[in-house]
Design a protein. Structure first.
Lengths: 141, 294
């Protein structure tokens, strides 16, 4: 009886187990890049993973508090997620915290930051325009 | 570690215990080798299945709470429940609930309609084995092994079956020591000692192979928390192996000449059971809370 049981067990196990092979899920790239400085307010965030995951939560925060995003969790597992930003972002440091579920059911979470420096970069640009304007004015005289 | 991680750990621990006990009761020939503890074995089986059912639900709800991340109320988040249910965790939960419920129903059938015909026994045993297979397969859809190939998954299942046949037998053996005397207990323990060598070989070889597959090599063992906890497990396994060897080669042979040694064996089985619990706790920690990539 014992041999019979073990034979059945082995037969069933070899028939029913799923087969797939992949590496651990992780975030591989983002737009804007992690730790990057950008001179334009991004219209959306993009998170790219090395394998399909279910994105459960995304939260964007700055010194002024939470930033509203168009993120809605979906059941479907994907490798790439685009999350619209519902407002123009002002200068500052932004932290993006995310939570995802990998295909094996593990909770993976992390965060990254990016910086927006619109005014700082616009200032020299504006000064240059002002200088050009004044030069032009002088010529007319 | 937050409350949900702790709850998940407890749930997994209960499922491990239930699996070990259910497989041992169903596959080890207790009814032939230890007839005087049949009632206790049935109670042990029933309690194990109920514990497994509770553990499965506990683990699932803990995962929901963990993903919802909104405190205790998070486990009632219907959207998160649906999300976790539609994931690999849900698949494994479903398989476990189906398997445990089927085993419970089969137990009721066997108690209500006891029939001694060979075909009846083969039929119920086959159904038991199918349900147990579903229970064992449920381990391959979640966790670190879910990412691996067929061979690694088969290793995990063999590891679970071998572990169950050994660890799940400790309490029935303890009961047998309490109720049996002399030759009976020697025959049972001697038989278990012989088959346990096969269990051990399967356990160690599949365990080492899976560790290699998941962690990526021995050199990484010392430098990762996953590897370090694995080493803790390995040390505890070393202790339990020494106890098993003491039973097989010293204590069990001595029973034949001295009945008093049955008490010693009983005590020693209790210690072995305690160490088995420790192994389950450590395994739950490194399969639930720690990633091999840490």
């Amino acid at each position: 009886m014992r041999n019979f049981s073990i034979t059945i067990l082995v037969c069933i196990l070899s028939l029913v187990i799923p087969t797939n092979s992949f590496a651990h899920a992780k975030l591989v790239s983002t737009i804007p890049d992690a730790n990057s400085n950008t001179t334009q307010s991004p219209k959306q965030l993009t998170l790219n993973f090395n394998q399909e995951v279910t994105l459960v939560k995304v939260r964007v925060t700055s010194e002024d508090g939470d930033v509203t995003t168009g993120f809605k969790p979906e059941f479907a597992a994907k490798k790439s997620f685009s999350i619209s930003l519902n407002q123009d972002l002002a200068d500052g440091i932004y932290k993006v915290s995310w939570v995802a579920m990998s295909k094996d059911g593990h909770k993976i979470e992390n965060e990254f930051i990016f910086t927006i420096e619109i005014k700082k970069n616009r200032q020299p640009e504006q000064e240059l325009i002002r200088d050009n304007d004044s030069n032009h004015h002088q010529h007319n005289h | 570690m937050d409350a949900f991680s702790l709850l998940a750990l407890l749930g997994k621990l209960l499922v491990y215990l239930a699996t070990a006990n259910a497989i041992s009761v169903a596959l080890f020939p207790w009814s032939k080798k230890a007839t005087n503890i049949n009632n206790e074995i049935n109670q042990y089986y029933l309690i194990s299945l109920v514990v497994g059912f509770i553990g499965t639900l506990l683990f699932f709800l803990a995962q929901v709470g963990m993903f919802a991340d909104e405190g205790l109320i998070g486990i009632l988040d219907l959207f998160m429940i649906s999300m976790v249910w539609s994931s690999a965790i849900g698949d494994s939960t479903l398989l476990r609930l189906i398997a445990i419920t089927s085993l419970l129903l089969l137990m009721i059938v066997k108690v209500k309609f006891s029939n001694r015909s060979t075909s009846y026994r083969y039929a119920t045993k086959s159904l038991d084995v199918i349900a147990l297979s579903v229970l064992v397969v449920s381990y391959t859809s979640v966790g670190h092994i879910a990412e691996k190939d067929l061979f690694t998954k088969v290793s995990l299942m063999l590891h679970i079956v071998a572990m169950s046949l050994w660890i799940g037998a400790l309490y029935p053996l303890f009961l047998a020591c309490r109720k049996s005397r002399g030759e009976n207990i020697f025959v049972l323990m001697d038989y278990f000692g012989r088959v346990a060598i096969t269990y051990l070989l399967v356990l160690i070889s599949t365990g080492m192979f899976m560790f290699y597959e998941v962690s990526g090599g021995i050199e990484k063992m010392l430098f990762s928390s996953y590897g370090q906890i694995f080493l803790v497990k390995l040390s505890i396994v070393g202790i339990i192996l020494m106890i098993a060897a003491y039973h097989k080669w010293l204590l069990v042979p001595s029973i034949q000449h001295n009945n008093e040694n049955i008490y010693k064996l009983q005590k020693s089985l209790k210690v072995e059971g305690g160490i088995a619990w420790l192994i389950f706790i450590v395994t739950s920690i490194f399969t639930t809370l720690i990633s091999p990539i840490h």
